[in-house]
Design a protein around this ligand. Structure first.
Ligand code: NAD
Ligand code: TYD
Length: 354
């Protein structure tokens, strides 16, 4: 039995592959374009493990995807591959349209061609799981009920619009062609191997480097945080027992304003790596120009997943954020290696005028 994972050298995909292979003997073919966000070093512990094969390539390359499907005959595809950073989507939406929309369309078509030719039993057992985000639902006001699966899609950024489009394509391939799909819409993840362009790893890395901690606007935007390994366990559970064509929201009921997240990271660093001069990391917090069109609040209602499939997160925010800070302190080489020239260029572009 084999799984085809796309985007498995990125933050969540790599955590998924590592957890999957730790828990099961089932092989993984990992198709990843290795953009700036894809990092084979994250998968270094799998070197020499015959159950894992990393293939550099694009989900939109129909010839390559069809060849991989024909050769490895996976029983499921889990699609993580995407451009994932909102700020980058504001600076340059083109890649987001290309990978998240056109790429997903091409992947669906390649998979449909393979699936249609499977023997009946394999055809019935096959799954295409699409990994998506709560950002497709838009922004909530204070006091609004958390996003349920029935909430309409109201995406506000080029990133979330491209993900919403991909969700619709996946849905349509089920309704029109009968492709056995599942979709998960998860809240903000954090944890090991998170690229330091996103809030939590950026704050840890900047704090340790003595740099400003750039908080957008008033810092009172709310995100709903889930430890990445809990997201991975939810995906495994949906893959195993999710109802075909259904969408499952994934979240851990951890709504926090950004400024509180940054303060928490600073307090953990004060405890675990106190500064030599005795000053507090929070003194590095700097309020900067807000993100254009910045969504005010996300909150996920995960009751369907909890009630139907019995999933529950293993970490609270307090345990997960401590593990995360400890991981970054223990892995400075990983951080140093992802801070390539391309990374430095991005930081310069995004924060120089702030
Ligand atoms: P990431 O940016 O860290 O990783 C994306 C991976 O996809 C990278 O390894 C990249 O090289 C690869 N990739 C990009 N374009 C590709 C293409 N055309 N073909 C093949 N591979 C390609 O992203 P992430 O945070 O790991 O997110 C993974 C998925 O989960 C995305 O679909 C994202 O929308 C979704 N998601 C993310 C979050 C979050 O908080 N990070 C929350 C909910 C859902
Ligand atoms: P991010 O990690 O980019 O995730 P998303 O935009 O997908 O939710 O940002 C999380 C929140 O943190 C978001 O409200 C924007 C804010 N933020 C900052 O305040 N400063 C920063 O430098 C970054 C990267 C994000």
């Amino acid at each position: 039995m084999t799984l085809l994972v796309t985007g498995g050298a990125g933050f969540i995909g790599a955590n998924f592959v590592l957890d999957w292979l730790a828990a099961s003997g089932e092989a993984v073919i990992n198709l990843d374009k290795l953009t700036y966000a894809g990092n084979p070093e994250t998968l270094a512990s799998l070197q020499g493990d015959a159950r894992h094969q990393l293939v550099q390539g694009d989900i939109g390359d129909a010839a390559l995807v069809s060849r991989l499907l024909a050769e490895h005959r996976p029983r499921a595809v889990v699609n993580f591959a995407a451009e994932s950073h909102v700020d980058r989507s504001i600076h340059g939406p083109g890649e987001f349209i290309e990978t998240n929309i056109v790429g997903t369309f091409r992947l669906l078509e390649s998979v449909r061609g393979y699936w249609a030719e499977l023997p009946e039993a394999d055809k019935a057992a096959f799954r295409f799981l699409h990994v998506s985000t709560d950002e497709v639902y838009g922004s909530l006001a204070k006091g609004d009920a958390a996003f349920a699966e029935t909430h309409r899609h109201e995406p506000n950024s080029p990133y979330s619009a491209s993900k919403a489009a991909s969700d619709h394509l996946v849905r349509a391939w089920h309704h029109t062609y009968g492709l056995p799909v599942l979709t998960t819409n998860c809240s903000n993840n954090y944890g090991p191997y998170h690229f330091p362009e996103k809030l939590i790893p950026l704050m840890i890395v900047n704090a340790l480097a003595g740099k400003p901690l750039p908080v957008y606007g008033d810092g009172m935007q709310i995100r709903d945080w889930l430890y990445v390994k809990d997201h991975c366990s939810a995906i495994r559970r949906v893959l195993e027992a999710g109802r075909l064509g259904e969408t499952y929201n994934v979240g851990g009921w951890n709504e926090k304003p950004n400024i509180e997240i940054v303060q928490t990271v600073c307090a953990l660093l004060d405890e675990l790596r106190p500064k030599a001069d005795g000053s507090r990391y929070a003194s590095q917090i700097t309020y900067v120009t807000d993100r254009p069109g910045h969504d005010r609040r996300y909150a996920i209602d995960a009751r369907k997943l909890e009630a139907e499939l019995g999933w529950k997160p293993a970490e609270t925010f307090e345990t997960g954020i401590r593990k995360t800070v400890e991981w970054y302190l223990a892995n400075p080489e990983w951080v140093a290696h992802v801070q390539s020239g391309a990374y430095r260029e991005w930081v310069q572009k995004q924060y120089s005028a702030a």
